[in-house]
Design a protein around this ligand. Structure first.
Ligand code: FES
Length: 260
């Protein structure tokens, strides 16, 4: 299938906490996109690779458009903020493997670290059951935008928020709450953890899951250059030996695979 699309911007505005919400009309991509997948967006006709950005997909809207949240993190995203609705951008994707959706009847456990929310927001919307949601960040300013937290809350049977400085929710690491919850949980085969965020948080979540024999899927956020498996720049070490490419074999991995 052709994965290159001229994606028309249909919505593009600041979303709070320094994020922008971008909606791109690309019906062929929207039809096949899975939670966990991403796109490479070229924000200029210039072939400078720094101007093609890997961006996680946070939802599919009206079966025709993909939704993206991003923050300015360099030249490419700075240029992107200036692009107005009506303009078409060259979009490559959806790329990567995506999550297996949780089984109906279980309560999926979502663990979000700061800016790692887009793939889990999409998963939360596609999952057919209510979820236990843990959101952690350094401080209130690095929490996801309020509109995003509200969307998680709508699908959550309970939500746990923690910031390291205590400026929102509990003070400390969200993994402390996660560990306490898992300790009291009656686990079954449908208990699955899905996590996305900074690597130290993913390593901690992975250990908690392994200690309780719970399946855990993580979305790795390595830096990417090409986005389609050619440069090896996004490789992560795996326990079986060698490396796997986040853009091609990931970005979703069973946490037991990764050499933390
Ligand atoms: Fe080039 Fe993954 S970004 S191989």
């Amino acid at each position: 299938m052709n994965k290159l699309h001229a994606a028309e911007i249909v919505y593009h505005r600041p979303a709070g906490k320094g994020y922008y919400r971008l909606v791109l009309k690309a019906p062929d991509a929207a039809k096949t996109t899975l939670p966990g997948q991403f796109v490479m967006l070229r924000v200029s006709e210039n072939l400078d690779p720094l101007l093609a950005r890997p961006l996680g997909i946070s939802s599919v809207i009206a079966k025709t458009s993909v939704e993206i949240y991003y923050r300015v993190a360099g030249r490419g995203t700075r240029l992107l903020t200036r692009m107005e609705p009506g303009r078409a951008l060259l979009m490559h994707g959806p790329l990567g493997n995506g999550f297996l959706l949780p089984d109906k009847g279980g309560i999926p456990i979502l663990v979000i670290g700061g800016s790692g929310f887009p793939p889990l927001l999409f998963l939360s919307e596609r999952a057919r059951s209510r979820q236990r949601v843990f959101i952690g960040s350094r401080n209130m300013a690095s929490m996801p935008p309020a509109g995003v937290v509200k969307r998680f809350r709508e699908k959550a049977e309970k939500m746990h928020i923690a910031t390291e400085d205590g400026s929102q929710g509990k003070r400390g690491l969200v993994t402390v709450d996660l560990e306490a919850y898992i300790g009291n949980l009656k686990k079954d085969a449908k208990t699955v953890i899905y996590a996305c965020g900074p690597r130290p948080m993913l390593a901690a979540v992975s250990k908690i899951a392994a200690d309780s024999s719970i399946t855990c899927y993580v979305t790795m956020e390595e830096r990417m250059a090409c986005g389609f498996g050619a440069c090896m720049g996004c490789s992560v070490a795996v326990k079986a030996g060698g490396y796997k490419r986040v853009c091609k074999e990931g970005p979703v991995f069973d946490s037991r695979e990764i050499e933390w």
